[in-house]
Write a protein that binds this ligand. Sequence first.
Ligand code: NAD
Length: 491
Amino acid sequence: MTLRPAAGAATDLLIGGALVPAADGGTFVTYNPATEEPIGAAADASAADMDAAIAAARRAFDTTEWSRDHAFRARCLRQLRDALQERIEELREATIAEVGAPAFFTTGPQLEGPIADLGYFADLAEQYAWETDLGIASTMGIQSQRRVRREAIGVVGAITPWNFPHQINFAKIGPALAAGNTVVLKPAPDTPWAAALVAKVAAEHTDIPAGVLNVVTSADHELGAQLSTDPRVDLVTFTGSTETGKAVMAAAAQSLKKVFLELGGKSAVVVLDDADLSTACTMAAFNVATHAGQGCAITTRLVVPRAQLDEATKITADALAGLAPGDPADGGTICGPLISARQRERVEGYLRLAQEEGGTIVCGGGRPAGRDRGYFIEPTLITGLDNSSRTAQEEIFGPVLVILPHDGDDDAVRIANDSPYGLSGAVWGGDTARVERVVGAIRTGTLGVNGGLWYAVDVPFGGYKQSGIGREMGVAGFEEYLETKAVAYPV
Ligand code: NAD
């Protein structure tokens, strides 16, 4: 039996433990961004389906032992991991087709990594210190023994984007379930299958109780708004654009639910004058071409010493020229297609804007020759702009790198920090003390030094400033899904 629906059929919703079509029978088509061909369909949930999913999650949280049975939850998460790993090639094929994700990255964060990471969250469910003894204290003459318990928050609404759907879905489902919550997952309309195929495996091959995990695919963004406002939902965990994140936070305020936001970025690579310029620029080129630049933590500003600007521009342009967009199914491809025609138009709009703002496109800048199908854009390098330009300030979400000159370490830090965002970045330099000063001064949630890679399941990931609130992954990510209860006993 295959995970993908038969030709002409659609994937189901998962509501209250049952795999079901949308109540009104609605479906929507999902496309292959490398070919522009439809690849199949998904259930198109309406508000009534979302209402049923929230009710099921509420019921499962309030009436079962799920939140209290840590060992059972660990077992269920490992079952899910194992069942997905048994079907990994089918999932890989679907991910390449639906997301346009280069096959190379499906061996890491686009698929295999986040599935294996479920084991980390299963271990946390078993090993976490759920209760801490604060000892005895006397307050106004009353002696009390105090304990602090950590408990699940309740019903978690998870809203996710299309760019790394498995990574982001599992970075929410994994810790939320491990912490004892029940979940309603609403994936992005561009990538419903990534969630729906996992839902099918969870329903058919694990003991996860009915209502604990619900998956609601829909073409309608409004279902995300519904999840953000419904008072039966205790926490909304959202990954997406900063603009939508603000709408989620405002909507959640009505019922004062906790919000956890992973938003956009415009991260800088800071190259100091004693750095290995060649490696720094080559890595920056590779980074921005990865998955056609569709990653919130991808570095999109390259800040180099003014005296080395020409040399850095040449090295970077040469490296980008070697990263031409290709078929994502080809194991050598780094830069696949953008997700949709709409996204490509958005990126092309920024390429026009860059020139209107006085920038020069050094390489790339258009659709690759010989590829008349698929939403491909050449990896592009832009020079001649100031950091105050819109091109250097706004998130483009395509393979577009802006190179900017700096006049010393302090100026480089100023440029890196001159952004509404603060998600990620990189620092290159030869002198440890200077590098450490720069690392300490850049206001961003993750940084790689001289090629160091921070991404891993135990590393907290998230943003400063308008890149978000809270941290995903690691113990910090797990604790986002916990409440704190202090209990005092007389002695
Ligand atoms: P988006 O904000 O348009 O959509 C994200 C999700 O929100 C989708 O599921 C969408 O249906 C839903 N949504 C839309 N309107 C909503 C509303 N009013 N209320 C609630 N939910 C709503 O983002 P996108 O275009 O899918 O993804 C790209 C963006 O995501 C980029 O800005 C990128 O930087 C960001 N992103 C951030 C991270 C991170 O961890 N910081 C990771 C990946 C992507």
